[in-house]
Design a protein around this ligand. Sequence first.
Ligand code: 13P
Length: 268
Amino acid sequence: MQDRARMIAGNWKMNNGAAATVSFFEKLGSWLSADETGKGAAAAGKSGRIEIVVAPPFTSLAAAVAAKKSEYIGIAAQNAHFEPKGAFTGEISLQMLEEAGCKYVILGHSERRHVFGETDDLLQKKLDSTLGSKLLPIFCAGELLEERESGDTERVLERQLSIALANAAAADAAKKLTIAYEPVWAIGTGKVASNDDAQGACSFIRSFIGQKFGQEAAQKIRILYGGSVKPENSAGILSQKDIDGLLIGGASVEAESFARIIATAFGA
Ligand code: 13P
């Protein structure tokens, strides 16, 4: 079995303003310190076996950083611009996110790609800038339904990752990068990928990293699955050999279901 620390990450998308963020962390905090299962999760967090990450919307980041309390809960932004500053109305830079207390930034989420038109080339710039910053990227990749049905899943993953990682070094892949496999057809649809399909795609991603950066990077990199993860299906997905964690949308917005998923990550 692998010795990579598990990552359980919640992507809130456009949910939970500052007040809801404070109440989320109050509930999560009391679960981690009062409930027996929560105490197990806290111990797993302290020992470095699991890492909890929450990605609130930009305006809730400060509230999340102030409210999270535990040092093993990392805060992520959901997007960033690749330039450090300038005339980019509506954008936020990596340096601003770092100053706000973020540890991670999600890049290339399918909603950024398919709703907001972010391209592979743009995502390469964002990834390059992130690897040159103090933030750690959680880079998303995944195929559309028609691409899966036409047997193109691996081709799509290879294209997305090879363009994004064209300028990255092996040490970046080994030490800084987390990849999230999120099949677009499974996001917000209730249609979770089967354990075998999720494992197959994550294993393909790990071999791609091995071919490009060598075996050390392939063994160290964390690969997450995302798409309709719920407390009822998380244990099965997490039991797959190449899946090191989860990127959860809808079921991460409320503290209770997020906590129930965290519980499955350390075998409770
Ligand atoms: P759901 O868990 O709501 O399907 O969303 C997954 C996702 O997009 C996480 O980034």
